[in-house]
Design a protein around this ligand. Structure first.
Ligand SMILES: Cc1ncc(COP(=O)(O)O)c(C=O)c1O
Length: 367
């Protein structure tokens, strides 16, 4: 028997998360000068100017540890969203809060229910806790099927993840369906409503998830991030709203200084940057309309997007098309890892980026 070091067995099934390829890597690998990244649903307008100024002002204070309890930051979130501070958690990205939830609530052999083709970090942290992922099929329109998810819950289920809008499909589940789902799920199961992209949604029937948390529902966790609409993916800030008991449980295991000093300053300032949010949402909405119109013109089908990316059906040659785009300096996301091998996910960019993507895609498909 080998006496080597053995990883814990939950990790055996884990493949590392593959992020969108960085611009510098593509420049180096393909000898290109001009590369655009439309692969990670980042904000194409840059960083919130108010957050940027606040980070610059916070630089000289970096000799101190940040506030581990995130008092000012959590107060600012509480005020902004009219919720009690005891119901607010922040993390080193929303990813960190998914990890903390997994560590806090999962044990060997527990089950987690999620839709097929959703955000991969749920799978990774579930496996890391030696729990089992139960996946339900998407609807025919690439939406999350909440009835199928509710049917899949057993007494071993501890967490269910509803990604809304769903990454990578861009679809939403509506308020009525979410309400019926929440009523069906036992109180012993944490329902994570992952709303990383909620600011981009302009549907009247999108759920008012915070109402469940404000109403002190014990098992609803609303997860959000500063990575998208505030343009702060690089500094890593996620936040969540839940019952005070859940927030206190996460406090037991969170790394002591998981949200750094610059991030806390950035988050507080970004909340006041409503101009940047409006500009980002408007640019995205127009970009989405333009891209959908152009995809129609190219005869390509796509899932109905309510957010800042579009899932496009390319066909069996999707990875060849993705590689061809890469060689021409356009980075998009292949969806094989999301169990959708015939699709590419493209993040909505600036008008120039959108135009370049469509032109390049058109040329590749025509050749
Ligand atoms: C659905 C979803 N949840 C969570 C995250 C993680 O966000 P963060 O950058 O805050 O870790 C992402 C990032 O792309 C996401 O798409």
């Amino acid at each position: 028997m080998s006496k080597g070091i053995h990883q814990q067995h939950g990790l055996e099934s884990i493949n590392p998360y593959v992020p969108g390829k960085p611009i510098e890597d593509v420049k180096r690998e393909y000898g290109l000068d001009d590369v655009i990244k439309m692969a990670s649903n980042e904000n194409p307008l840059g960083v919130s100017p108010k957050a940027l100024a606040a980070m610059k002002a916070a630089l000289p204070k970096l000799n101190h540890y940040p506030d581990g309890a995130n008092y000012e930051f959590r107060s600012a979130l509480a005020e902004h969203f009219s919720i009690d501070m005891s119901q607010v958690a922040v993390g080193n990205g929303a990813d960190d809060l998914i990890l903390e939830l997994s560590m806090a609530y999962l044990e060997d052999g527990d089950e987690v229910v999620v839709s097929r083709s959703s955000f991969p970090m749920y799978d990774i942290y579930t496996a890391a806790m030696r729990a089992r992922m139960i996946k339900t099929p998407l609807t025919s329109g690439h939406g999350i099927d909440l009835n199928a998810m509710a049917d899949a819950i057993t007494e071993r289920t501890k967490i269910v993840y509803v990604c809304n809008p769903n990454n990578p499909t861009g679809t939403i589940v509506h308020a009525d369906a979410v309400d019926a789902f929440i009523r069906r799920v036992p109180e012993s199961v944490i329902i994570v409503l992952d709303e990383a992209y909620y600011e981009m949604v302009d549907s009247d029937s999108f759920p008012n998830s915070l109402a469940y948390v404000r109403g002190r529902r014990k098992n609803v966790f609303v997860l959000r991030t500063f990575s998208k609409v505030y343009g702060l993916a690089g500094i890593r800030i996620g936040y969540g709203f839940a019952h005070p008991e859940v927030i206190s449980t996460l406090f037991k295991i969170k790394p002591p200084f998981n949200v750094n000093g610059l991030a806390q300053a950035a988050g507080i300032a970004a909340l006041k940057d409503s101009d940047f949010v409006t500009q980002s949402v408007d640019t995205n909405k127009i970009g989405r309309q333009v891209l959908c119109r152009e995809l129609d013109r190219l005869g390509l089908s796509y899932a109905e997007s309510h957010t800042n990316f579009i899932l496009i059906r390319i066909g069996l040659n999707a990875s060849t098309v993705q590689q061809s785009l890469l060689k021409r300096g356009v980075i998009v996301r292949p969806c094989r890892g999301y169990d959708l091998p015939e699709f590419l996910r493209v993040s909505i960019g600036t008008p120039d980026q959108n135009e370049r993507f469509i032109m390049t895609l058109g040329e590749i498909l025509a050749s």
